[in-house]
Write a protein that binds this ligand. Structure first.
Ligand SMILES: Nc1ncnc2c1ncn2[C@@H]1O[C@H](COP(=O)(O)OP(=O)(O)OP(=O)(O)O)[C@@H](O)[C@H]1O
Length: 177
């Protein structure tokens, strides 16, 4: 594996098992312990087969650099440590090679990190997809539109200082009908 030097600590020391299906015995206790051990070493991602579990670090982590994006480009999902980039790369390649729409489902309680995950996905796709002056301008507009949308659709709640309330508003609308 040709790694860039310096920044890629995530590739160096794998803690526990990176795919929960390899746990033996596979019990809830072992599962939680494995996720906790990994989290304590800033390894916030763990696979369960082809699903990635992400634990919110609530602090900046060195997981989203250009070098790391480069490593995940065109790689098989299990070649590298678990990362949302691997899921995104799989979806991106399926879209490109099979010319079919893709969907990445992000699920979790309020404050789990869904919105941040969607931004990481957008950042990855923007980085690996086609280049060109016009294309770059559209990409930049897409990425920069997030703060504007958040200004209208987000609110501080007990669980999250920057909680996306778009869907919650929809639910209320439906209840009113
Ligand atoms: N990968 C991450 N790295 C660092 N901090 C993160 C990460 N993911 C989430 N956070 C922190 O957690 C906060 C809450 O995350 P986020 O808003 O994405 O949650 P959410 O699941 O979308 O919540 P809600 O459903 O309430 O909108 C973020 O504002 C950020 O401070």
């Amino acid at each position: 594996m040709a790694l860039h030097q310096g920044t890629l600590a995530i590739f160096e020391n794998n803690v526990g098992v990176s795919d929960a299906v390899l746990l033996h015995p596979l019990t809830e206790e072992n599962f939680i312990q494995n996720i906790t051990d990994r989290f304590n070493h800033d390894q916030i991602y763990t696979y369960i087969g082809n699903v990635v579990v992400s634990v919110n670090p609530y602090k900046p982590v060195e997981l989203y650099t250009h070098d790391i994006i480069d490593e995940y480009r065109n790689r098989n999902m299990y070649e590298l440590p678990p990362h949302i980039y691997a899921i995104t790369d799989g979806a991106y390649r399926s879209m490109r090679d099979r010319n079919s729409d893709q969907c990445i489902i992000i699920s979790g309680e309020s404050g789990a990190g869904k919105t941040e995950a969607s931004k990481v996905i957008m950042q990855y796709v923007a980085e690996v997809s086609g280049k060109g002056q016009d294309i770059d301008r559209v990409k930049e507009q897409l990425l920069q539109s997030n703060p504007v949308l958040e200004a209208f659709g987000n609110a501080k709640t007990n669980r999250n200082d920057n909680s996306s309330r778009f869907v919650s508003l929809k639910k209320v609308e439906n209840q009113c009908k």
